[in-house]
Ligand binder design. Sequence first.
Ligand code: PEP
Length: 249
Amino acid sequence: MRTPIIAGNWKLNKNRAEAEVLAKGVVEAVKDAKGVEVILCPVFTALETVARVVAGTNVKLGAQDVYWEETGAFTGEVSGSLLKDIGCTYVIVAHSERRQFFGETNETANKKVKAVLKNGLTPILCVGETLAEREAGKMEAVVSAHVRHGLVGLSVAELEQIVIAYEPVWAIGTGKTATPQQAQDVHALIRSLLKEIGGETVAAKMRIQYGGSVKPDNVKELMAQPDIDGALVGGASLKADSFAALVKF
Ligand code: PEP
């Protein structure tokens, strides 16, 4: 019922020429993939290049961040309408690296989610605890706050559009994956929060991706969990063959 969604977050990697090669490799490798949504999220400067490569294919384009205002004196920012104009259909919001290094808060995450929806795009709202928070027994409180505050003020119809990515910070880029059971437990927690926020139908429809060192050799077990609906992938999305292997889990 929920279509799995595999998204590659290229982070600050790949110039236009490299992005073109990688995107072409992914398009070719996943051209027969069915029943799964595939998304590539390059840096802003490579969006147009990748948009051209994925046009007319089963691969979609996403951005790694957005600003909530549409126009004006906001030097360095990019709006939802500009991302739509360049061909994006997805936007990652509040990735833990944005929270950690660039002052992203639950409040700014919520503004960004709303701006993305207003432009008819799909937000991928990232939530997840740090190792210190997990070890201090705060995982549930942190994840709940990320979900609740990130989704404040949205209608049922809007909630249904949103993808949540559970990314325990201690598993991102570290090679330490949450065990399938650890991930499933948090995904189940998130789904119960979604039920409280939007009701049973919304909770059943919303997709929750797992992110954190997802690799071809662990994707199958993760995806077999009942509340894991896909993956947000960093490192393993930078090579066409490893990313394609995830898509074909
Ligand atoms: C990410 O960037 O969202 C991520 C999960 O990275 P990695 O797969 O490298 O852990």
